[in-house]
Design a protein around this ligand. Structure first.
Ligand SMILES: CC(C)(COP(=O)(O)OP(=O)(O)OC[C@H]1O[C@@H](n2cnc3c(N)ncnc32)[C@H](O)[C@@H]1OP(=O)(O)O)[C@@H](O)C(=O)NCCC(=O)NCCS
Length: 277
């Protein structure tokens, strides 16, 4: 783990995690964490996955700059993504990453926007839409839905539905970390992790895109944080809502998935955790 963390530190991956346990521990416990040894006790690079039912979420693939483009990434990926099961990842703009993932059956789906902004002064969650299936509808804001703190097991079924597969163990682990609260509304749920004045939202989801947006905004209102960040798929109605409220795009990845995942996840109803998927 020290060798993996050394590589992770070099890529600035642990910034959102104050000490251990972190998402690397989650990958090791609930998925797979693989390092490419350098022969001297260190690592040339590493990769990690998490599982949600049959879905494999590739969370990490990083090779130290001096060892890139020599086959290390491909070797890690071949070990991490064998077989035909559904696969999803957040690809960086590195063309080598995108090319490797395409060769493993994934394809670019929608941008994933890492949004940051003030957690206060946002619209409160809305009333449920009259046409629940109107996925094109943008959230409308009202004041009659409240997000209530719940246990991880209370939202496990909805999370499995929204994220494409069950992961009650990962959810329970995350809910047990300092600062994490699970919130539920009538049709949605959202995890929030407070670190000082900041909150990270995700995973969050709902029966409809409106339900998902309600749960996210309800969780934000519940935490009383000053600022927030979350990874929102480009087609999610929260994107225009939050950018319209002055939020900023801090970074951008591409949500990549294979055909099997495209049938399981609706990116307009799901807000993944930036590191846990
Ligand atoms: C992305 C990364 C993990 C790949 O690992 P790597 O060891 O450098 O890559 P490999 O040498 O194993 O493979 C690179 C592949 O990209 C291909 N490639 C390189 N440039 C390319 C381009 N412009 N277009 C298409 N393919 C390209 C190579 O041909 C090779 O494929 P092949 O082995 O099938 O021939 C590594 O470069 C890295 O750590 N990058 C920075 C961090 C990052 O962005 N990580 C991805 C997070 S999602």
């Amino acid at each position: 783990m020290p060798a993996v963390r050394q590589v992770a530190q070099k890529f600035g991956l642990l910034g959102g995690w104050s000490g251990t346990p972190d998402f690397l521990d989650a990958e090791r416990s609930f998925g797979a964490l693989l390092l490419a040894p350098d022969g001297a006790g260190g690592a040339l690079g590493f990769g990690g996955t998490l599982r949600r039912g049959a879905v494999t979420h590739l969370g990490d693939l990083f090779v130290l700059p001096e060892h890139q483009s020599s086959g290390v990434g491909r070797a890690l990926l071949t070990e991490l993504l064998p077989g035909d099961g559904p696969k999803v990842t957040f690809a960086s703009s590195d063309p080598r990453a995108v090319a490797l993932y395409v060769r493993h059956g994934l394809r670019p789906w929608t941008p994933l926007l890492y949004l940051t902004g003030p957690a206060t002064g946002l619209p409160t969650p809305s009333a449920r839409p009259t046409q629940a299936e109107d996925v094109a509808a943008r959230p409308t804001w009202a004041k009659d839905v409240e997000a209530r703190p719940v246990r991880a097991e209370d939202v496990a079924a909805l999370d499995a539905h929204a994220s494409g597969g069950a992961r009650s163990d990962t959810l329970a682990w995350y809910a047990g970390l300092p600062g994490v609260t699970m919130y539920a509304t009538d049709g949605g749920y959202a995890a929030a992790r407070l670190t000082g004045p900041d909150v990270v939202i995700g995973p969050a989801g709902g029966e409809t895109s409106q339900d998902c947006a309600d749960a996210v905004l309800g969780a934000l209102a519940g935490t009383r944080a000053r600022s927030a960040r979350m990874a929102v798929p480009g087609t999610h109605p929260l994107v225009p809502a939050l950018l319209g409220a002055g939020w900023r795009i801090a970074d951008m990845d591409t949500l990549m998935a294979d055909d099997a995942v495209l049938a399981l996840i609706r990116p307009d109803r799901y807000v993944p955790h930036p590191d846990l998927g």
